[in-house]
Design a protein around this ligand. Structure first.
Ligand SMILES: Nc1ncnc2c1ncn2[C@@H]1O[C@H](COP(=O)(O)OP(=O)(O)OP(=O)(O)O)[C@@H](O)[C@H]1O
Ligand SMILES: [Mg+2]
Length: 507
């Protein structure tokens, strides 16, 4: 048994078939009609990676992936399978080290991202914005950036939109016209996003993607299970969330080149949702990320019903293939079968197209890259069985996994950090306080002026009074003088008269 091979099944010759560990970052596809064994195959692959010390991320769309945390159920069928696959020596019914995550915080640790991390283009898609609205959203982000306003949650985004709407005129020359109707439309589009769980998803503490790259003390890679049962009902948010994760990994991780094993392997279930109504620009971005992320040691595995759910440019990069049965009742389905068959290197022993339609449950056509990166010829493979439970795990298992998880307590409580909303609130409060201060100051000034005026008036009046008094006094003095004068005159006259009389008498 090759150390470098993850054993996944037996071909019709009874030979072991598996995925080359060092080629695990060359991406893959697990396809097949409903109920043909995709989820079980994904679990077998996840267990194999975990055993090789590679952490894994899985989406749990139906709730049945959660069983990976619990030991599988023993029965006669399983015992037969254990022998058939030659696993008697190694097989143990056991659960895997699992960390449960749930955007809604109910079935796992909450997962959060900040709005600025998600960025305007993914956000615009989540919100179903038109091109014009997306353009304005870009401007809003730019203004917030220039002003040092951090947009962490929806409340911040609302606050910044309100700010922009109040200061539209100031930004006219720098950013062009920002129509109030467009701003209104963006605000309205926030409502459904909020209702769909955006208020829980956007915020802090935001996920440190490195937490998904842990290994357990026993050396097995942690299996991170994202509970997606609710999330899948909001396909846009689900799709954008996965794309955000991919972008985040791509940005955060350093290049590792060709390593002996991947650093992290992602399984995207219901992958067709990622590509439905995908705008061209975003698709180009995804193609690019898928292409380049491999050199960061990340393997991405799409799980979907038909390979035709995945755009050709992406499909071409998925080198490790597991194709479960496809039905071919309609011409469109027949075409899908032909297309699926053509993606395999033919095996001279059978006609790929015919076998695809006749595979039993748990059987698949497989092709994996060898050590040199060359795809093997297609093999009809019976897939091994997982050691963990092929059904949902119990609530008790989930709870105990959550309390024992390496991130227990780290993300469980949301925190509301200082960001745009608080800053703008503060600014508004400061502006208000300043206005109040200005008002009080003006009032004081007015009071002072009134007082001065009154004083002036009083002074003028006092002066007037004084002048009047003076005048009155001078008039009185004059009157007195006149009286004295007239008295003098009369006294002088009588004296004169008396003098004259005596003179006359003496004569
Ligand atoms: N490798 C296997 N070993 C044993 N049983 C298997 C295997 N693969 C599938 N089965 C059985 O088939 C059932 C359906 O498989 P599974 O849930 O993986 O299908 P699926 O393709 O994921 O379906 P859906 O598209 O509905 O999600 C499993 O519950 C299990 O009983
Ligand atoms: Mg399934």
């Amino acid at each position: 048994m090759d150390e470098n091979m993850l054993y996944l099944g037996l071909n019709t010759e009874g030979e072991r078939v598996g995925l080359t560990l060092s080629q695990g970052n060359r991406h893959g596809l697990v396809a097949g009609a409903s109920g043909t064994g995709k989820t079980v195959t994904m679990k077998c692959m996840a267990e194999a990676f975990s055993n090789a010390g590679v952490p894994v991320f899985l989406c749990d769309v139906k709730g049945d992936v959660s069983g990976i945390a619990a030991p599988g159920a023993d029965n006669a069928g399983m015992q037969k399978r254990i022998d058939r696959f030659g696993l008697r020596e190694t097989f143990r019914f056991r659960g895997y080290p699992t960390v449960f995550y749930d955007i809604y915080g109910q079935y796992g640790h909450p997962v959060r991202a900040t709005i600025s991390d998600v960025g305007p283009s993914l956000l615009a898609r989540m919100m179903n914005l038109t091109d014009v609205q997306e353009g304005v959203l870009n401007i809003i982000f730019r203004i917030a950036d220039d002003r040092g306003l951090e947009i962490l949650d929806l409340k911040d985004l609302r606050a910044v939109i309100q700010y922009v709407s109040q200061h539209r005129a100031e930004y006219l020359t720098t950013y062009g016209n920002i129509a109030p109707t467009t701003l209104g439309a963006i605000v309205r589009a926030l409502l459904p996003l909020e209702n769909d769980g955006g208020d829980l998803f956007f915020g802090q503490p935001d996920l440190d993607i490195r937490d998904w790259m842990r290994t357990a003390p026993d050396g097995r890679g942690y299996i991170n299970v994202l509970h997606s049962v609710e999330l899948i009902r909001h396909p846009k948010i689900y799709a954008m969330f996965l794309l955000w994760m991919m972008a985040e990994l791509f940005e955060e991780l350093p290049e590792v080149g060709d390593a002996d094993k991947p650093r992290l392997v992602f399984f995207f279930d219901e992958a067709h949702l990622l590509f439905t109504d995908m705008p061209k620009a975003l698709l180009a971005q995804i193609e690019q990320t898928v292409k380049l992320i491999r050199s960061k040691g990340v393997g991405i595995y799409f799980v979907t019903q038909s390979p035709s759910d995945v755009p050709d440019t992406v499909l071409a990069q998925l080198s490790n293939r597991v194709q479960h049965a496809l039905r071919a009742y309609t011409p469109a389905e027949q075409k899908a079968v032909r297309t699926a068959a053509q993606t395999f290197r033919p095996n001279p022993a059978f006609k790929t197209e015919d076998v695809i339609m006749n595979l039993g449950t748990g059987e698949a056509l497989t092709s994996f890259l060898d050590r040199k990166g060359v795809p093997s010829i297609v093999q009809q493979t019976a897939i091994i069985c997982p050691e963990s439970l092929m059904a949902p795990c119990s609530e008790a298992t989930r709870r105990s996994a959550m309390s024992a998880s390496p991130v227990a307590g780290k993300y469980d409580e949301a925190v509301d950090n200082l960001s745009a909303y608080e800053r703008l609130e503060e600014q508004a409060k400061r502006d208000e306080a300043q206005a109040e201060l200005d008002r009080q100051r003006a009032e004081l000034e007015a009071e002072k002026a009134a007082l001065a005026k009154e004083k002036e008036k009083a002074k003028a009046e006092a002066e007037k009074k004084k002048a009047k008094e003076k005048e009155k006094k001078s008039k009185q003095a004059e009157r007195r003088r006149n009286k004295i004068e007239s008295q003098l005159i009369s006294t002088g006259g009588s004296m004169l008269r008396r003098g004259l009389l005596s003179v006359l008498k003496k004569l």
